[in-house]
Design a protein around this ligand. Structure first.
Ligand code: ZN
Length: 259
């Protein structure tokens, strides 16, 4: 277990109404084949050390289980952005960014009781142009680490939703460009950024594979790609933990990227 990763705990004797907490934050419970798993996202900022799962049954019985989070070193990535305002926003931009931060926070921490099917598909096929967790330097200035997976694809390529869910937020954001958030249930959320167009609106129910928009280069980017991110219990985790290994076949290349 590492920062940016996912801690899984098998729940024997799971009963509806049981709530699971990790480090005192409610986490997702998901059905997997014949059993139930608690799925806890470990934020990139989590310090190495021991943390506790707490399984709270509706009849009052609580069981605790301790896990250890280890240190992980993430590599650096240096990118040059031509539009300097996307690196050093002006006062008007800062006001916009601050308003958008509130919307993003609300989407990120959204909770619905539905139990999600965690059978994600790749939202687009393409080469991975940037992996999760890289320490980002834009025009040699350090910014937040890369909190998603960049998949390079031609502008206009349709983007599919990774799993069944409901659209909870869409819009044009300063750094992320055109972006869609989809709620899968139990705090598991997926996000699709830098889209050239958005084909859905909040409240739309989507089936896995439905098209929600198209690949673009809106927001802070160096080229057309999809920034795909996954949040659970309010923290961003490496999407590769949830995606099938199959796609893409191409080797990982650290050539381009975005926010
Ligand atoms: Zn990205």
């Amino acid at each position: 277990l590492v920062p940016g990763g996912v801690a899984l705990l098998r729940l024997t004797d799971f009963q509806q109404g049981t709530e699971v907490y990790f480090d005192n934050q409610r986490v997702a419970v998901v059905p997997v084949q014949d059993s139930w798993l608690a799925l806890a996202g470990i934020g990139l900022s989590k310090k190495p050390g021991e943390y506790q799962f707490s399984i709270r049954r509706s009849d009052g019985l609580t069981v605790n289980s301790t896990v250890e989070v280890k240190y992980k070193a993430y590599e650096e990535q240096h990118l040059t952005i031509k539009n300097k305002r996307k690196v050093n926003p002006n006062k008007t931009d800062m006001e916009r960014i601050s308003r958008e931060r509130e919307r993003k926070q609300a989407a990120k921490t959204h909770w619905s009781d539905t139990y999600p099917e965690v059978d994600f598909i790749w939202p687009v096929n393409g080469e991975i142009s940037s992996i999760f967790g890289l320490r980002r330097f834009f025009n040699e200035q350090e910014r937040n680490p890369h909190n998603g997976l960049d998949i390079a694809a031609a502008e206009g390529t349709p983007v599919q939703v990774a799993a069944d869910g409901t659209v909870i937020e869409t819009g044009d954001f300063f750094f992320s460009g055109n972006m869609v958030y989809v709620d899968h249930g139990q705090g598991l959320i997926s996000l699709y950024a830098h889209l050239s167009r958005i084909d859905v609106k909040p409240g739309d129910r989507l089936k896995r594979g439905d098209i929600l928009g198209a690949v673009g280069q809106t927001g802070r980017v160096t080229g057309a790609h999809l920034h795909f991110a996954v949040m659970t219990n309010g923290v961003l985790v490496d999407p590769l933990y949830l995606l099938p290994e199959k796609q893409p076949n191409a080797p990982v290349q650290l050539s381009g990227g975005d926010q």
